[in-house]
Structure formats: structure tokens, C-alpha cells
Design a protein around this ligand. Structure first.
Ligand code: ADP
Ligand code: MG
Length: 348
């Protein structure tokens, strides 16, 4: 029994850096013609055919993730997906990623295999090539930095700055679930710390927990919009909560907006769990985070093309800048939209 346990805990120093990189990246088969050379030389070599989109995220243990309830495979998957989401938010297609990690000696080879299993799974699911990275040690904890490289035709790229008066404001999917998933996991962690024999009871929260631990990027929506021949006038992904993202679009486009509370899409599990946690669904959707849905604006003439699609909800419209950014509540009160953002909510 003990022996078995030892066998499945290979220390990283046994492989050395190059052995480790080989082990984690050896089985990669490049999918894209534009990936000329991947892992194994001083640089990856790419030959893109279009405009190139580049985005990076840095994730730090204890700040951005908590390994006491985040399986490493999920972490790897999520770390890739959040980067790809940024490429889709420009109306582009991600093609390659690089992955850099810093690990302390607390991590075993088996732990990194799990992390990379998630990374490879996301690469398969979204059709991107892992073409390089860096591996180094840290004194404490795990750091992951992923860079995604995408492509888009110049005329297809959608910026945050293109919204104009009378455009419709659209969101994909539903909002607030990932934030509530985090609250549920944090609560279970507290229970576990008091009673280590307790078993987490997550049955009623499966959608919320999945949205927190295994988010997906909306490639499907980008492909759908292309098929429908709808080019958004502005777009971004919702990583910090709807309020802050709306304000980004309004600021960068030099416009205002009117959003209707009763249009904001919430999953039934979000509504039920909000009651239990004594939270307001709208607040969670507006100020939660990590939904990785898309927020975009379209010209009114495109409304018929998206009408009735269950993935797309019109939540309001764009106004002149002077009118500010307003939420119309269910009781028809107008309240100004403020950026609270997800960190503010988390800490306070
Ligand atoms: P250098 O010393 O030139 O930075 P490295 O030894 O760090 O080269 O990397 C060797 C190869 O392995 C390079 O192609 C690099 O992109 C790749 N690589 C290193 N670390 C990782 C990693 N964590 N994930 C994926 N590829 C990696
Ligand atoms: Mg290196």
C-alpha cells in the first residue's frame, strides 16, 4: 500500500527540466498549417495568414485559484479556456498557445501530468496547438501563465470601441453561476476545515460548480454569428461581471446604455442558490465574475437574424454618452450602473 503510494509520487528532480518538458509535451501533434515548429527549439515558428491576436493571462495559486478544491486537471483546462475566450471576444480564432509554469518541489510529476491532461484536453476541444512555454521553479506554490495566439481577417476583428447609439446589447448564455459556484466551494472548504471527515454535498449545485471549475469559451457563438452573417459592432468577454464590462464598452465606444434587470439571463440554480445565500440574482450577475460569456452590441438591422436564439439574449440598448449607463429594475426604477467588479465583491 505504502509502496504503491510512493510509486505514484515521482519527484520532479528525478526527471530534470528537460525530461519533464519531454514528458509533458512529447505526445503533441500539431494541427495547424500555421504552426511550423512547436516545442523543441529555441522558439516556436509560426506562419499566420491573417492579422494576429495575442493575449496573456497569469494565474497565481492562492490569488486566482485554490488547490484545496480545484482539481489540477480542471485548472489546466480553465487556464487555457480563459485565454481562448479573449481571442473569441475579438471575433478571432485561437490557433496556438504557450504555457509557462513555475512549480515548487511540493508538486510531483503526477500532479503536473494532471495539469497538462487538462491543458491538452482544452487544446483538443478548441483545436489549438501547444507550441512552447517555459518551466521554472518557485519557492512556494504554482504559477501558470498562458499566452494565446489567434487569427482574424482585418475586417472581422471586433473591438470594444465600436458600439453606437441604438445598437442592441446582447449577452450569451447565463450569468452569475461561476461566482455562486465559488461561494459554494468556499463554504464546503470551511465545513471541511472544521470537520475533515465531512463529505462535500454539491448535488444541488452541480451547474454552479461546473461553471466555476470547468468554464467553456463561446467558440460556438463566434461560429454562429459568422454563419448568421452578424458582425457585432463591439464585443468583449465577461470575466469580471456584467457591470464592469458594460462600462468598458460604453467608455471605449463613447456611449451610454440602458439595461433591463428582467432581461438578464439567470439559470434556475442561480436563482435558487441566491435565495439560500441571501443574495440578489441581479447583483451576482452584474458583479460576480468568471462567466466567460460574451457581451456584444449589434446594429438593430441584425435583430431578426439573432431573434429567438436561446443562446443570445437582448438585455438593453446603447444610448448617447450623456444619458449615462442605467439599469432599469423590475419595479421600473433607474439606477446608475457602477463598476464593482469581481474582486471588490470577493473581498467585501
Ligand atoms: P530555453 O532554454 O531556450 O528557454 P527551454 O529549455 O526552456 O528552452 O525549452 C525547451 C523547449 O520546450 C522550448 O521549445 C519551449 O518552448 C518548450 N517548453 C518549455 N517549457 C514548457 C512548458 N511548460 N510547456 C510547454 N512547452 C515548454
Ligand atoms: Mg526556457
Amino acid at each position: 500500500m505504502l509502496e504503491n503510494k510512493e510509486q505514484s509520487r515521482t519527484s520532479l528532480s528525478e526527471l530534470g527540466e528537460f525530461g519533464l518538458i519531454d514528458h509533458l509535451t512529447g505526445q503533441i501533434r500539431l494541427k495547424h498549417k500555421s504552426s511550423v515548429k512547436g516545442v523543441g527549439d529555441d522558439c516556436a515558428v509560426l506562419k499566420p495568414g491573417e492579422h494576429v491576436l495575442v493575449t496573456t493571462d497569469l494565474l497565481i495559486e492562492g490569488v486566482h485559484f485554490d488547490l484545496s478544491y480545484t482539481p489540477l486537471k480542471h485548472l489546466g483546462y480553465k487556464a487555457v479556456v480563459v485565454n481562448l475566450s479573449d481571442v473569441y471576444a475579438m471575433n478571432g480564432q485561437p490557433k496556438q498557445i504557450t504555457v509557462s509554469i513555475a512549480v515548487s518541489n511540493r508538486f510531483t510529476l503526477e500532479a503536473l501530468e494532471e495539469l497538462y491532461a487538462g491543458i491538452h484536453l482544452a487544446c483538443e476541444a478548441y483545436g489549438v496547438d501547444l507550441v512552447g512555454g517555459d518551466t521554472t521553479s518557485s519557492t512556494k506554490g504554482l504559477l501558470i501563465s498562458i499566452t494565446a495566439i489567434g487569427e482574424a481577417k482585418k475586417e472581422d476583428i471586433v473591438y470594444r470601441s465600436g458600439a453606437k447609439k441604438n445598437d442592441l446589447v446582447v449577452v450569451t448564455g447565463d450569468l452569475g453561476a461561476a461566482y455562486l459556484g465559488l461561494q459554494v466551494l468556499e463554504r464546503e472548504k470551511q465545513v471541511f476545515m472544521v470537520n475533515p471527515n465531512s463529505q462535500p454535498d454539491l448535488e444541488n449545485y452541480n451547474y454552479l460548480v461546473e461553471r466555476q471549475l470547468k468554464p467553456e469559451a463561446r467558440k460556438d457563438v463566434i461560429d454562429l454569428l459568422k454563419k448568421l452573417e452578424v458582425k457585432p459592432t463591439s464585443m468583449m468577454d465577461i470575466s469580471d461581471g456584467l457591470s464592469s464590462e458594460l462600462l468598458h464598452i460604453c467608455k471605449q465606444s463613447g456611449v451610454g446604455c440602458v439595461i433591463y434587470e428582467n432581461k438578464i439571463p439567470l439559470d434556475p440554480q442561480v436563482i435558487a442558490t441566491c435565495e439560500e445565500f441571501n443574495l440578489v440574482g441581479t447583483t451576482v450577475a452584474m458583479n460576480g465574475g468568471e462567466d466567460y460569456e460574451l457581451l456584444f452590441t449589434i446594429d438593430q438591422k441584425d435583430f431578426d437574424k439573432i431573434k429567438g436564439n436561446p443562446n443570445l439574449t437582448v438585455i438593453g440598448y446603447i444610448t448617447e454618452k450623456a444619458e449615462g449607463s442605467t439599469l432599469i429594475t423590475r419595479s421600473e426604477q433607474s439606477i446608475p450602473i457602477e463598476a464593482q467588479g469581481w474582486n471588490a465583491l470577493k473581498n467585501g
